[in-house]
Design a protein around this ligand. Structure first.
Ligand SMILES: [Zn+2]
Length: 219
């Protein structure tokens, strides 16, 4: 694969990961907004919140009679209590997708390179996506094209920018220097992070961050 092809493949992998992520977030009730220009925050996601009921809500659809017929009427009211104006909760996501380098059978090595290197408060999160693609066994091109999508498996690690300090030393004077710090994870095809780590432990990836979409809903 030449440089142009591998760059293109990287873009396709990135897009694939982001699409999978967008679908999961949509299913969890988030509206997903994507950045036009890559500046660090890739997705902004929003959800309506009722400050009185203290829970997420859809906009209440009121039914009103209009010219003798029942019509739906849009409101910005909570669908639970039907009287409180909804507010919007926003989360900002930096998404990193990688298909990794083959380590040994069923294990790949992924290097993630955070662009935001400090605690950005409660609303800014990383989503690291490890994609496993197993196409080695398929030879003919039609089967490959048909099966390709099905053979990709995504593992998601979701965590707040402040959680970086659990597995990395963000206090190092060199930490904020771009390209200086990469986090390399050895991940099995089932999504388990295998790194031991000497000073810092990577258990948080398995115990906390793995598919932790719930953390985005912490208020
Ligand atoms: Zn309410």
């Amino acid at each position: 694969m030449n440089e142009f092809e591998s760059e293109k493949k990287k873009q396709v992998i990135g897009l694939y990961g982001e699409m999978q992520l967008a679908m999961i977030l949509h299913e969890r009730g988030w509206q997903v907004h994507r950045a036009y220009i890559d500046e660090g925050i890739d997705f902004t996601i929003t959800k309506y919140w009722c400050p009185k009921c203290k829970k997420f809500s859809n906009q209440y659809l009121r039914r009103e009679e209009y010219k003798g017929k029942e019509k739906k009427c849009v409101t910005n009211l909570c669908e639970h209590c039907k009287k409180t104006e909804l507010s919007i909760v926003s989360r900002y996501l930096q998404v990193k997708t990688s298909e990794g380098a083959k380590d040994k059978e069923d294990v790949r090595e992924f290097s993630f390179h955070p662009k935001i290197r400090y605690d950005m408060g409660n609303d800014v999160f990383y989503v690291w996506i490890a994609i496993f693609e197993d196409i080695a066994a398929i030879n003919d091109i039609d089967t490959l094209c048909n099966e390709r999508i099905n053979l990709k498996k995504c593992h998601f690690y979701v965590f707040n920018t402040k959680d970086v300090s659990e597995f990395d030393n963000t206090g190092l004077p060199t930490y904020q220097i771009t390209d200086n710090q990469k986090t390399t994870l050895r991940i099995s095809s089932s999504g388990k992070v295998l790194n031991g780590g000497t000073i810092y432990k990577y258990d948080c990836f398995n115990d906390k961050f793995y598919n932790d979409f719930k953390t985005l809903e912490d208020i």
